[in-house]
Design a protein. Structure first.
Length: 151
């Protein structure tokens, strides 16, 4: 994704942190695609979750807000979107709940995909969940990047 601006009022260090988080999110997403192509569905789903989580954390950084040092950041993200209000695009605000729902759906599989060796969930279910959540992740990441660019 082409990004020309991250946070108009932020300093260079914060902008570098935002860019680093965006690049990390992009790497996780590319990793998910490669793992899926290689039929490594559990790790593809895990990487997909991480790509969205890091994109959400990039939003926190771009808003100069702290974020929880945990994986369950949905409620905090909702609060950040609300605090930023009309500074973010209307479409982003309107779909914040959808972004969080997509994230929560992935987060529910996080432990299973990270520890798939315990056999609770098979590769076919991981594949199905990946395919089910991929469009929402792509949309969520695009909306988050647009919101970051608008700040």
């Amino acid at each position: 994704m082409d990004r020309k601006c991250f946070h108009g009022g932020g300093d260079r260090v914060e902008n570098q942190r935002v860019e680093a988080a965006i690049q990390d999110s992009d790497r996780w997403f590319r990793s998910a695609e490669l793992q899926y192509a290689g039929k490594i569905y559990d790790k593809a789903l895990y990487s997909l979750e991480m790509s969205l989580e890091i994109a959400m954390k990039a939003f926190f950084i771009s808003c100069e807000m702290d974020f929880p040092k945990s994986h369950n950041i949905g409620d905090s993200f909702a609060g950040a979107v609300k605090r930023m209000g009309k500074m973010t695009p209307k479409g982003f605000r309107d779909n914040a709940a959808g972004i969080i729902d997509t994230f929560q759906a992935l987060l529910n599989y996080r432990n299973a995909s990270g520890y798939s060796f315990d056999g609770r969930i098979g590769q076919e279910e991981f594949r199905r969940k990946y395919e089910e959540t991929l469009p929402g992740v792509e949309k969520a990441r695009a909306e988050i990047m647009a919101a970051i660019t608008s700040l």
